[in-house]
Design a protein around this ligand. Sequence first.
Ligand code: SAM
Length: 236
Amino acid sequence: MGADWTEHFAEDLWLKPDAVGADEAAFIKKALRLHRGQSVLDAPCGAGRIAIHLAHAGCRITGVDLRPSFTAKASVRFEHEKVPGRFIAQDLRQMEFKNEFHAAYSWCGSFGYFSEAGNLDVIRRYALALRQGGRLLVDQINRENMLRHFASSRQTGNRSMRTRWDAKTQRVESDWVVVRDGRREHNRLSIRLYTPTQMRRLFEQAGLIVEALHASSNGEPYRRSSKRLIVVGRKI
Ligand SMILES: C[S@@+](CC[C@H](N)C(=O)[O-])C[C@H]1O[C@@H](n2cnc3c(N)ncnc32)[C@H](O)[C@@H]1O
C-alpha cells in the first residue's frame, strides 16, 4: 500500500483523548530535557494536545500536521489559553526547517507511515530542523512485544479492526471498518515498525546519536516486553 492512506484515514480515528496529554507531555519534557524559552517542533502535532502543556511550561512551539482542521483547532486552543504557538498545515515530507529547534518529537505512533526512503527522509528533515546538540524523540509501538501478543482482530464500539503483519515489508497493515449511521466506512493504515537496531541506524544516517531508549511515558528503560519503543537522539 502507498503512503496515501494518510490522506484518507478518517479524522476522528487519529487522536487520543485530550485527558492523557498532560502526563505524556511531562514525560516528553523530561526525556528531551526541555527548558523554558526553548523552541520545540511537534510534528505531527494533531490538535496540539501535547504541545499545549509544553507551551504552558514556557516552550516556544511550532506544530506541523497534514490536516488544516487539526492545526486550526490547535491555534484556537493556544489563543484561548493565551500561550504563543505557530501551527503549519503541511506534509511531514515537505518540512524544510533549518537549525531552528532545541528539540523535536514525533509522538503517538506517528512515525513509519511512508516508504523506507520516505521514513529516512523524514528523520533527516527532523535532524536538519534541529540546532547542533538538539534532541529528537520518536515513539512507535514496540514490534517485538506486538508480535508476541499479536491480535489479528479487535472490536471497540462501532469500530472493528483486522490487522496483519507483513514480514517482508516489516509493516503492520490494518483495515478498520467504522459503522456510521448504519453505513460501513473502510479505512486502511500501514506502518513500518522498526527494531531498536534499525531505529538506531536511521538516526545515525541522519546525523543523530541515540542517547536513550524508553519503554513508555512512565520513563522506564526499553525492554523487549515494552509496549512502546521511544528513541531519543542528539544532533552531533
Ligand atoms: C496518531 S496522530 C498523533 C498526533 C499527535 N502527535 C498526538 O499525539 O496527538 C497522527 C497525526 O499524523 C497526522 N498525519 C498523517 N499523515 C501525515 C503527513 N503525511 N504529514 C503530516 N501529518 C500527517 C495526522 O493528521 C494525525 O494528526
